[in-house]
Every structure is written in C-alpha cells, then in structure tokens.
Design a binder for this molecule. Structure first.
Ligand SMILES: *[C@@H]1O[C@H](CO)[C@@H](O)[C@H](O)[C@H]1NC(C)=O
Ligand SMILES: *[C@@H]1O[C@H](CO)[C@@H](O)[C@H](O)[C@H]1NC(C)=O
Ligand SMILES: *[C@@H]1O[C@H](CO)[C@@H](O)[C@H](O)[C@H]1NC(C)=O
Length: 498
C-alpha cells in the first residue's frame, strides 16, 4: 500500500474521495430530515409498534396500523416416514394479514396459506376480510402464558404452541390466471439468470416451461382440479419443547442490533428453532366429508419464524432446515436480502432524485444462524456480528438433472474459543417444480403478488468446522428444508462474491 505522505496521489483520487465524503454528508442530512418528518407522519404507528415489541418479535405488531403493513407467521412441520424409504412429509402453515398502501386499501385482507398439502393440490390460499382477524393477546393475560402470542382468523386459532385450523371452502381463493402469468414471467426471468451462469441447455420456451410446472386452474380438466376445498387440522407443540433464540440487550431478536431500527422495510423474528409436535393432524375436505388428503405429524418436528413490515424485500434468498440426521435438534436459518437501510420510502426517494447515492441506501444484509443442539451453541454469521463474513453465495440450475441449488459459505468467531474461526458451508437443493407459487406483499405491485416459489421439500447438506484446527463439528443432511430464491439474485451474488 502506498503512503499518501510521500507519494502524491493523482488529483482524480482526491476528487473521488471528496465526492464520496460529500455524498455521505448529503445522505446523513437527508436521512435526518426524513426521520424527523417520519415521526409526524401516519407511519409513526409502525415505528411505535416496533419499539414497543422490541423484545417480543412473535407478537402481532399491527394493532394500530391500517396501511402499508403486513405480518405473517411461518409454522413449519416435518416428519420422516416409518422406514428410511418412506417419503418425508413437510408442510408450512402461514397465517397473516396485509394492509396495502391507501390507494389499494380495498385489497386489504387476512389470509392463511397452507403449503405441502396432501391431496390433489399441494397449496391453498384462504382469504378473509380484515374484520375476521383478531389479536387475542389480551385474552391470554390471565393464564400462565401471560401475554403470549395468539391470533384468530375466522374460526382458526394460531398461537406459539397450538394451531386450530378451520378453513372453509368458501374462503378458498385460487390464484387467478393473470396473477400466475406474472409469476411465469418472474420465474422464467429468475431461472434464466441462473441458467446462463451454468451453461445448462436452454429452456426452449421459458414461460411455457413454468406454465406446465404450475398450471393455472383454467388450463386443467375437471378431473384435475377439485374445486374449492376446506382444510381442517389441529397441531400441538408444547412450549416446554421449544428452542427459543437466546437474546440479550444488544440482540433482542434474530435481527441483533438492527432490531433497534424501527423503520426497516421487513423485519424477521425466530420464535422456535426446533420443537417436537406432540399432536399433528390435517385433512383437506370437499363438501362435508369427502377426504381429498390427510396428513399426520405426531412425533414430527417443527420450527416457527415470522416476518412483518411494510412489504417483502425486492430480492432475497431464504433457506431453513431442522431435520438433521446425526445432529438432531439442530437448526439452520439463512436469509440474505437487499436492505433499504433507511427504509423503503427513503431508498425510493433517493433512487428517483439522487440516483448516484442509491448504492449507499440499498445494501445486502444477512441473518444466518446455526444452532448446534448437542453443544447448545448458537453460531451466528449475521451481518451485525463483528467477526462474521459472508464468503460466497451462488444459485445454480441443472436443467438436465432437474434441480436448483443454493450454495452459501460464511465464517464467524467461535463463541467457545475467541482465537478460533468457525466456517459454515451449505448446499440447499430442490427439484425444479416442487415449490409452489406463493403470494407475498410486493412493493412494486402494491399488493400480494405470486413472486415467490416456496418449497418445503428441499435437501440441505451442511458442514460446520473449525478453520484453525480443521476439526469438523457437524457434517450432515436435512430433508424437508425450506427454500425461496426471489428477485435479482445476480445483484446479491455480485455483492457477496467480490
Ligand atoms: C459457458 O460457455 C461459454 C462459451 O461456450 C464458456 O466460455 C464459459 O466458460 C462456460 N461457463 C461455464 C461456467 O462453464
Ligand atoms: C447472534 O444472535 C443471537 C440471537 O439473536 C444472539 O443471542 C447472539 O448474541 C448473537 N451473537 C453475536 C455475536 O452477536
Ligand atoms: C457443496 O457443493 C460443492 C460443489 O459441488 C461441494 O464442493 C461441497 O463439498 C458441498 N458441500 C456440502 C456441505 O455438501
């Protein structure tokens, strides 16, 4: 490295560094002005709610919020078959609420999504009026779970240790053909980027490929679609078997110190890294008693996380696994996303008015943890951890093999030995087409939009080792993993694999 004291730097260097400094100052001034006006705006309810619930991310945050808000809980269940050869069952149940921006307020609704259904259709979306969503937190104040999370949607109940599903056929909402067309466009654009990197053979007509994988109901015959159906179920996962995240003053939740930023676009919470399902039963029904499919999860394992905020990020990769063979009880969560650091409105404003500052307002951020059950150690590879680094992130497609793979590597300090570094490497693979188009709140569309292919049947290969000594801590596989790859992944890859 040269020393500026004895070697004069070219004047272009000084110009550049002056511009960067000025940009940073300009950004700070803009941000302060933005924050001051924010505290007087209708968005204040969102800020207040985030601050109030800082240590209770699992709680409903939307009590006083009527626009630009969503919240959704993700309950995952996995169960292996009786023998090694029986297929693994996995399912996600996602209750939530969406209040779009005031221009689209008629689109506001509560929902329950079920992914991984037994029977003819693997996913279902149940749509309810906002008035059918009730926060029952107050009613739990009296019992031993004082203030515990509990919401009601229609006649279904969702809490930290029990789900009661009563989803009637008249709330069944099939994704309309025009929304699926948007999904084909998004998915084919997304796969094309991954395909180009790996030189797989071309998808001849990209969108048709996705039309066949995820057909819309209008293109199916009478026998193939079963029309609207109902879902009923009951799941119990006692709080005593939960594995909550350890927290502290500076890391009140999985978001670490960034939990103190109340204006973020999307917030993440992990309620239980791993637990056992003592009772789990679900049926898909047509009419009153024609059983279309049935699943039992007694003795399976579960995981609970959630998101809330203004809307989902524009780009992200998310993977989750907690069905490890030799490391039972262990749990992995990876979420890498584009983060508008000072909130989405500010980033949009900067992009529109001072575009050259955009690279400071939109950055990649990651929440990555692996909980090792045998040693009760949480390895934290998240952006806010000082010693943690992301080493590589790649998604790739193998059209011939029919698979999509997400590979990720990161390092962090060893919580048990300050001199040691821990490395994590994972490959999460799913068969193309085993996901389902999932609706999520989209900023660009201003409403729920099927931009996400949600899979609950991916396979995770994981290796965790000590870099200095070379000692392998865990080398294992988890079936029934969750995987989502959404938006401009090339942007994420470019930022992480310099
Ligand atoms: C893909 O093909 C191009 C041209 O045939 C070649 O230059 C490139 O190295 C290949 N990339 C990979 C990842 O195989
Ligand atoms: C990693 O995250 C967990 C859970 O939020 C937290 O308890 C822990 O302190 C974090 N580790 C570091 C080094 O910040
Ligand atoms: C992930 O895949 C890469 C490339 O195929 C391989 O080198 C690596 O060992 C795999 N990692 C695990 C944990 O299986």
């Amino acid at each position: 490295m040269r020393d500026p004291q004895d070697t004069p730097l070219p004047s272009s260097f000084w110009t550049l560094s002056r511009i960067l400094n000025l940009s940073r100052t300009a950004l700070l001034v803009l941000a302060s002005a933005w924050l001051v006006q924010l505290s007087f705006s209708p968005k204040a309810a969102y800020l207040v709610s985030n601050v109030r619930n800082l240590y209770r991310p699992i709680q409903y945050h939307g009590a006083a919020i009527t626009a630009d808000f969503f919240e959704g809980w993700y309950f995952k269940m996995v169960k292996t078959g009786k023998t090694k050869d029986d297929p693994i069952q996995s399912m996600a149940i996602i209750p939530g609420i969406h209040h779009p921006s005031p221009d689209n307020s008629d689109q506001g609704h509560a929902f329950v999504i079920v992914v991984g259904l037994p029977g003819p259709e693997s996913a279902a979306y149940f749509r309810f009026p906002i008035s059918d969503f009730t926060d029952l937190r107050e009613s739990t104040q009296g019992d031993s779970n004082k203030g515990a999370f509990k919401v009601q949607i229609g006649n279904s109940f969702f809490s930290h240790d029990e789900l009661v599903l009563n989803l009637p056929a008249n709330r069944f909402d099939r994704v309309p053909a025009r929304e699926l067309e948007e999904f084909y466009t998004e998915a084919s654009r997304q796969y094309e980027v991954q395909r180009r990197k790996t030189n797989s053979s071309t998808l001849s007509d990209n969108q048709d490929y996705f039309r066949q994988l995820f057909p819309s109901a209008d293109t199916l015959t009478e026998a193939e679609t079963h029309g609207p159906f109902a879902v009923r179920g009951h799941f119990l996962f006692p709080a005593s078997s939960h594995t909550p995240l350890p927290t502290s003053r500076w890391t009140p939740s999985i978001m670490g110190i960034t939990a103190y930023l109340p204006f973020l676009e999307c917030n993440h919470g992990v309620a239980s890294l791993h637990h056992t399902i003592s009772k789990g039963h679900l049926v898909a029904l047509r009419g009153d008693n024609e059983v279309l499919g049935e699943a039992k999860f007694d003795g399976g394992v579960g995981y609970i996380e959630k998101d809330w905020g203004v809307n989902f990020p524009s780009t992200w990769v998310w993977a989750q696994a907690n069905m490890f063979d030799t490391a039972p009880g262990s749990s992995l969560m990876i979420s890498v996303a584009s983060i508008p650091v000072l909130g989405p409105d500010f980033s949009d404003w900067v992009a529109a008015n001072v575009p050259f500052l955009s690279r400071f307002t939109n950055v990649p951020g990651r929440l990555v943890i692996f909980y090792h059950a045998a040693t009760k150690t949480l390895y934290n590879f998240s952006s806010y951890v000082f010693s943690a680094r992301a080493k590589s992130l790649r998604t790739s497609l193998d059209i011939e093999g029919g698979t999509q793979t997400f590979s990720f590597m990161a390092t962090t300090g060893d919580p048990n030995n300050p001199k040691e570094t821990i490395a994590l490497q994972v490959n999460v693979t799913r068969e193309i087409g085993t996901g389902v188009p999932l609706r999520s709140p989209s900023r660009v569309k201003g409403r729920m939009f099927s931009g996400v292919e949600e899979a609950v049947v991916a396979t995770t290969d994981l290796k965790l080792w000590r870099v200095g000594s070379g000692e392998v801590i865990v080398e294992d596989q988890s079936l029934g993993s969750g995987l989502e790859v959404v938006g401009d992944i090339a942007w994420l890859e470019a930022h992480i694999n310099h």
